[in-house]
Write a new protein. Structure first.
Length: 436
């Protein structure tokens, strides 16, 4: 794997690759360039449980975005360290008459255990961006674009009712204040007129008095009631306080759709005093046709918002290094293998013969071993051929045999028995063949 630069298209300069230098010496050794590393894939040790960051807990806030992680270097995971992810947000101006939207600006990753900021105010949260690797891991963010209605999770309950879809958005008026963002989910529950009472208020410059209505609004998470102004705009003769939509004529000639608007009011402290401010607005997206109806008793408009990572959101997780679990290690002994088996003249990984005569280096691998164990290799008659002491890191379950006896003589072809002994874990006996 090598990197390349972008080049300079305007100047006619093509992209160029970084050079790769790998020199194989006569003695079989390898000299690598400064930007080259050699990696040997190995099976983990028996019973090895890889490091983890556990679950990334959403401690504060209500974002519907997701954060995942990828462990790149298991040896650098800091056992027991607690990490915190926080965010900054910003108001993104709307275009083409659309309202401004709240969105994510940056994130910060902090090691709370040692009070160290690892990534500070990074603005790179786009999908596919390779986040920096810190303490052996890399984060992945799956963010929402902006605050808005989650179309998949929102809608009428029960589902498949013959009611027009609804529009839910930040309140905007040509006359009067704009709504403020509130990152809540809501249920608008419909019933008989009088089940709740609206709050007096102004919508589009027109005053609407308090009145009994046929719906109530509750916060979906807490169940707390939400105040609202009921702007009775339609003229379909169903009566005041009934949320509906209908057709009327402008100047007695032009048909115009009129839709009742529910303007949400939610608490806010202004100059130290509690007050209500406009937030969202709700209305039927279209006038019911001959096959549809307005919402009535038993209907609920479920409103679930898409919420990007915002300044209220705090995520926390704890790193745990890899370890060997003895019960699992005992069960994993059955996975021990000799590779290749049979060994037929050579193995693919053996280097070029550095000698002028003779066979050159040979090697077979024992895989999925316990990190600390003893391998004894016997002939079929029970004669000890070689003893290999294995003392690997916990994540390495491979040992090598150069096909030499304990007397440093090349072994002959035939069938061999191996015995693996791991103190405190167990034993495994198997066989392999060498074919010349």
């Amino acid at each position: 794997i090598t990197s390349y630069d972008f080049g300079f298209p305007a100047g006619g300069i093509l992209p160029t690759e970084c050079p790769i230098r790998v020199n194989l010496q006569p003695d079989g050794s390898v000299i690598l360039g400064t930007n080259v590393v050699r990696v040997i894939p190995e099976a983990p040790a028996a019973g090895y449980v890889p490091p983890t960051l556990g679950n990334i807990e959403h401690e504060k806030g209500s974002s519907t975005g997701r954060i995942t992680y990828e462990i790149i270097d298991p040896h650098k995971v800091q056992d027991g360290h607690v990490y915190t992810i926080t965010f900054e947000d910003t108001l993104k101006p709307g275009k083409n008459g659309k309202p401004d939207t709240l969105t994510t600006f940056s994130y910060t990753l902090k090691d709370s255990t040692i009070d160290s900021v690892l990534i500070k105010q990074s603005t790179h949260l786009e999908p596919g961006y390779e986040q920096p690797i810190v303490d052996g891991f890399r984060l992945h963010f799956f963010n929402e674009d902006q605050v808005g209605l989650n179309q998949k999770l929102s809608g009428w309950r029960p589902q498949n009712v013959n009611i027009p879809s609804f529009t839910f958005q930040k309140l905007t008026q040509s006359v009067g204040p704009e709504g403020e963002f509130r990152l809540n989910d809501y249920d608008i529950i419909f019933g008989e007129r009088g089940m709740a009472t609206s709050t007096a208020g102004v919508y589009e410059g027109k005053f609407f008095d308090s009145q009994p209505v046929n719906f109530k609004i509750v916060n979906h998470q807490t169940g707390d009631p939400v105040d609202f102004v009921s702007a009775d705009l339609d003229t379909n003769k169903v009566g005041p306080g009934i949320c509906s939509a209908g057709i009327d004529t402008l100047f007695g000639i032009i048909p115009v759709a009129y839709k009742d608007v529910i303007a949400f009011l939610e608490p806010k402290k202004v100059d130290g005093r509690d007050t209500l401010v406009y937030t969202w607005q709700f209305f039927l997206s279209s006038v019911p046709d001959s096959t549809q109806r307005i919402p009535t008793v038993g209907d609920t408009a479920r409103i679930i918002l898409k919420k990007p990572f915002l300044s209220q959101d705090v995520y926390r997780f704890t790193a745990h290094e890899g370890y060997v679990e003895k019960r699992k290690a005992k069960s994993d002994l059955s996975n021990i293998k000799v590779v290749p088996n049979p060994y037929v003249a050579t193995a693919a990984w053996e280097p070029r013969n550095p000698y002028n005569s003779g066979r050159g280096p040979r090697s077979i691998h024992f895989t999925h071993l316990p990190a600390k164990c003893t391998i004894r290799i016997f002939t079929i008659n029970g004669e000890l051929v070689r003893k290999i002491e294995v003392d690997n890191p916990e994540d390495n379950g491979t040992a090598y045999w150069d096909l030499l006896t304990k007397d440093r003589l090349a072994v002959s072809y035939g069938v061999y028995i191996y015995h693996v002994e791991a103190p405190g874990i167990g034993e495994k006996v198997g066989k392999f063949a060498i074919i010349k």
